[in-house]
Design a protein around this ligand. Structure first.
Ligand code: PRP
Ligand code: ZN
Length: 283
């Protein structure tokens, strides 16, 4: 049995639950249940505050955890970083009132900065040789300058809308963050085997992300040019059609090149183009 610590609510919650579900870990979450066994896979899920996850994994209360990089780095990277999960991307940034003239980090000399991430902020300021007063608060950091509690803030920025609505502007990006899979440094062999299987499943999901399955009919004479647009995993599947001048082509394309590729395919005479989502992909 492998115990996974995840955020009980907040920024990572939805995508974490979706990832677990796609990996075949079925949970029936009742309200206020902190520890849940999964169906279909030997794991149990422990729901915690994100701030508590790095320590719980480091000291073995949980075997692995899914946590924001902000919390992992702030708590001193004691657990082992197993994999970057690529979702819940954000950044830890310094922000100042929007009308301030800002020319560089010297601005912070002698100023008071409110944050929930004093460790990361302290090392950044030390590195840059800036002396500032760090004021630790645990929530609603962004209102501190407006109520005269601090001159600036150091906090998570994602869309940036929290900054805008508090009349602040981002001036230094200190740490880009995403969701991480972390593990205790001393797992038993049995637990490591379960973690390996979990990783295999996560990777299959990640590889499929951003990819689409495409099927189309193409005039046989253009097949060469069409195949060049559709490299596929090894090479595209080509099947003959009843009308001998046409073939059916199936392949995988990257979503970000989707519209560009579709346009070129159409101009080569492709018809009946179908694009389907891919759930998982094992290479
Ligand atoms: C963070 C941060 C801001 C907000 C920024 O809080 O403290 O309030 O997100 O996001 P935005 O740039 O998209 O507006 P979070 O929701 O992570 O809660 P927490 O700090 O209490 O854990
Ligand atoms: Zn938090």
């Amino acid at each position: 049995m492998l115990r996974i610590a995840v955020q009980s609510k907040g920024r990572l919650y939805d995508e974490t639950m979706m990832l677990l579900e796609e990996a075949g870990i079925q949970l029936n979450r009742g309200k206020r249940i902190l520890l849940l066994s999964a169906k279909g896979f030997p794991v149990e899920v422990l729901f915690l505050r994100d701030d508590d996850i790095p320590q719980s994994v480091a000291n073995g209360v949980a075997d692995v955890g899914i946590v924001g990089e902000n919390e992992y780095v702030e708590k001193g990277r004691e657990a082992r970083l197993v994999k970057r999960l690529g979702f819940s991307k954000c950044r830890l940034s310094l922000a100042v009132p929007k009308d301030e003239e800002y020319a560089g980090v010297e601005w912070f000399e002698g100023k008071t900065i409110a944050t929930s991430y004093p460790g990361i902020l302290r090392s950044f300021l030390e590195e840059r040789g800036v002396k500032a007063d760090i004021h630790v608060i645990s929530g609603s950091v962004e209102i501190a300058p407006g109520i005269g509690l601090a001159d600036a803030i150091f906090d998570i920025v994602s869309s940036g809308s929290t900054l805008v609505s508090n009349q602040l502007k981002e001036v230094e990006v200190v740490l880009p963050c995403e969701a991480l899979l972390i593990a205790n440094r001393d797992l038993s062999e049995e637990k490591r085997a379960i973690l390996d299987e979990l990783l295999f499943r996560f990777e299959a999901i990640q590889v499929a992300a951003g990819k689409k399955y495409i099927m189309l009919n193409a005039p046989k004479e253009k097949l060469g040019e069409i195949i060049e647009l559709l490299p596929g995993m090894k090479s595209p599947t080509v099947t003959p059609l009843a009308n001998g001048d046409w073939v059916s082509v199936q392949s995988v394309i990257a979503e970000k090149h989707f519209w560009e590729i579709i346009g070129k395919l159409k101009s080569l005479g492709a018809e009946g183009i179908l694009v389907l989502p891919i759930e998982k992909m094992i290479l």
